[in-house]
Design a protein around this ligand. Sequence first.
Ligand SMILES: [Zn+2]
Ligand SMILES: [Zn+2]
Length: 548
Amino acid sequence: MTETLRIVPLGGLGEVGKNMMSIEYGRNILVVDAGIMFPESDMLGIDFILPDWGYLRDKSEHIRAIVITHGHEDHIGGLSHFLREFNVPAYATRLTRGLMEVKLKQARLLDRTSLHTYAPGDVINVGPFTIEPYHVCHSIPDAVGLGITTPAGLIVHSGDFKFDHTPVDGWPTDYAKLAEFSGRGVEVLLSDSTYADRPGTTASEAVLNDAFDQVMRQAPGRVIVATFASLISRIQQVVDVAAQRGRKIAITGRTMAENTKMARKLGYLDVPEGVLVTLDEIKRLPARETVIMATGTQGEPTAVLSRLAVGRHRSLRIHEGDTVVLSSHTIPGNEELIHRVINRLFQKGADVYYDPLAPVHVSGHASQEEQKLLINLLRPRCFVPIHGELRHLQQHGKTAQEMGIPAENIAVVENGYVLTVGERLEIGERVPGGYVFVDGTRVGEIGPAVMRERDALGQNGFVMSIVRYKRRTGQPVGRPRIITRGFIFVPGAEDLLTRAEEVTLSAASAKPKTPPAEIEKQVQGALSKFLYRETKSRPIVIPVVVEA
Ligand SMILES: [Zn+2]
Ligand SMILES: [Zn+2]
């Protein structure tokens, strides 16, 4: 590494989720955010996905700090994994830190990590970087963007942001600070692209109050509001409206309950005395005086809403007269799951409100006009669209070009491309920037090969063929046993299975002293070919050859 300024996106560019960025000057690294992403419906058995930070592994002693923009999962969800591997100081605002502590405690890491609180307006020096967090509006309080001054110039990282003039907490994005950055001259702007394909301006959070008020006024019974566990601003709005309408609230779901507790403790959630009650208490109140908040707006099978939809919640049942509000957007790829949950809720007699059918959700991300406003306020020399799928990044790049930033100073790249900021903005080599799958406690052991196998198992099932043989003669003994799951309905397929036995027998006869592994290979090859020829499907074939 020479004394140049480099920007290496490790997550969140080319996808929505698992945001992470490495900003480097000489041999000094500053990491921004460490998020997770939730799996798509075809990623079987995967709990969540971490950024691939393998690139940092041999540079750990150069990492000066990790700075966090806000408390959403796609920014802090991977933090405990990251800090377990790199024990570096972490900086966050008060609420974000509180939410991080919940995670670090669960991971038993809280005692051995060095957490620091910063606030908008602070100036923090780490290595050659001077970090200035500034307040931004988003769907969670205490979110910041970052001014990062390096010897090679000022970088502005927008975090996730919108320009809301009437935010829930009454604290708009810090225009003055942005103007001040502009006055100093901005070398590079890294800006949130999530909503880059939406023209106009994102609606203010204030519009939701009317929608919630209408729902709670008209609902004949309980109101169940589902949203993301970390959407603290949304929880505040539901609390406000419920209190006005004389309804009590219970919160279900462990993460949402813990986040609420932490946000209240730190003063970011204002709940009037007596409004928040337990689930047991709520069941004893008249239905029309109650609100239940839950998670599960993406159709996640283990979340509260899905369990309610299929009637598998341990203490709650959906019935006639319930009103369910899904206050969230649909993450692309989850549509099918969500629609299934909504249909089942209707089946059980509930009335369901969801976006875009009813105005029960607004985004926390800037639309095109707000993205233009940020570019105009900062007038950066170079521009890198971040946080979004490639189509969002492309569109944001186009917007920047329309605003007068020359094309050669705009880098539209996906994760892993090393950007060097010099005279020009150079796009260099590509380092890893893919997926690290987390399945239960296993991190990174599940690779693409295993995912393909799970996919094949899910689609075509498996066929296991067990055969005994004598090593001395190399010949099979007795009949093989064929076991199938998810491949074919066995009654009616006896003929096919008998022929599969024959195929196994002839593939299992080999020269004297042939090792079992060799015979397994032969059986697998022959059986796969046979099954494909007969059924045009490719089940996973598992040969088991045992010595008699
Ligand atoms: Zn966010
Ligand atoms: Zn985000």
